[in-house]
Write a protein of this length. Structure first.
Length: 312
């Protein structure tokens, strides 16, 4: 026991002061390319994966205010630049991945749970109305932050409440009205971390829900490059009759490439890494698409993929 105590004390001494007492996993100089769907990106100075909500609250209270904080999920809608990220990258892991059916045809989800996991849990519990989540890449927390949606529904349509930890470590319960949802956007305050949500649906037969889910999966796999290294939809659909992919196609960008970064020929609102692309290639390609669409149609596309970090 004495030897273990000395080892723990020595480990604590090697950590920065803000990390003392934390129970989660803390790693230095972590390559983020392995944690993002594009498989590109530089290193994080620090990567912290909290054990649970109380561990997260302690971290937020102890973190120096001048140390930058970046919050990522599973990296599905994210482009980390080649120069990496300064400060601390926070990622919610297994401690935030629970999904549980509640009374009243509601679903309780940790913010680290995959959207697809929530969809399957709802189906198994006979909760209809949440099957669109099977077509949304990423985690529940990310879906709240950007009001993610697919196949005619968005998070704002099914969210009953959300919980979030603020920059001082205080826990808040938020209503949809307080989150102020709009197209691919919420008013979750900068620096707050969503920890969990309660979603609402309605009673339905499991087999009926399963049929709708299978149709979404089939449509998605038929229309999108789901097996490629991609970040999902690259640009938001602008206001008007035409969607982003149509504007990109009409501007002659289908299949356009810079290095190993390419506009998908299957769905041209997707950028893909054919194997050796870096973040600069992908971002440059996206900007070239924006330039060509603007020149052709006058529409200025807005990035839906979040781009973070130093260009390097």
């Amino acid at each position: 026991m004495l030897a273990m105590a000395k080892q723990t004390q020595q480990s604590e001494m090697e950590l920065p002061l803000w990390a003392h007492g934390l129970r989660g996993r803390l790693r230095r100089d972590t390559v983020l390319a392995k944690r993002c769907w594009f498989a590109v990106g530089g290193k994080a100075d620090w990567l912290f994966i909290p054990e649970d909500t109380e561990d997260l609250r302690r971290f937020m209270k102890q973190r120096p205010a001048d140390l930058p904080l970046s919050i990522i999920g599973v990296g599905s809608n994210l482009l980390v630049r080649d120069g990496g990220l300064r400060g601390i990258v926070l990622r919610l892991g297994a401690g935030f991945a629970q999904v549980e059916a509640l009374e009243g045809y509601r679903l309780r989800c940790g913010a680290g749970a995959l959207d697809t996991s929530a969809a399957h849990a709802a189906r198994d519990a006979g909760i209809g109305g949440l099957e669109f989540l099977v077509g949304v890449p990423g985690t529940i927390g990310g879906a709240v932050a950007m009001n993610a949606g697919a196949y005619g529904k968005e998070m704002k349509d099914v969210l009953e409440s959300a919980e979030a930890v603020d920059e001082k470590g205080e826990l808040h319960r938020l209503t949809p009205e307080e989150l102020g949802f709009s197209y691919r956007h919420s008013r979750l305050p900068e620096g707050w971390v969503c920890t969990g949500v309660t979603l609402k649906g309605q009673r339905e037969d499991k087999d009926v829900i399963a049929v709708r889910m299978n149709k979404i999966v089939e449509e998605r796999e038929g229309a999108q490059p789901t097996r490629a290294r991609t970040g999902g939809s690259t640009f938001k659909n602008p206001e008007g009759a035409k969607k982003a992919w149509q504007l990109i196609d009409e501007a002659g960008c289908r299949g356009l490439a810079i290095g190993d970064a390419q506009v998908s020929e299957k769905h041209c609102n997707f950028l893909i890494n054919r194997g050796a692309a870096n973040a600069s290639d992908l971002e440059s390609l996206g900007e070239e698409v924006r330039r060509r669409v603007k020149a052709h149609s006058g529409v200025e596309l807005e990035w839906e993929i979040k781009r973070i970090g130093d260009k390097g």
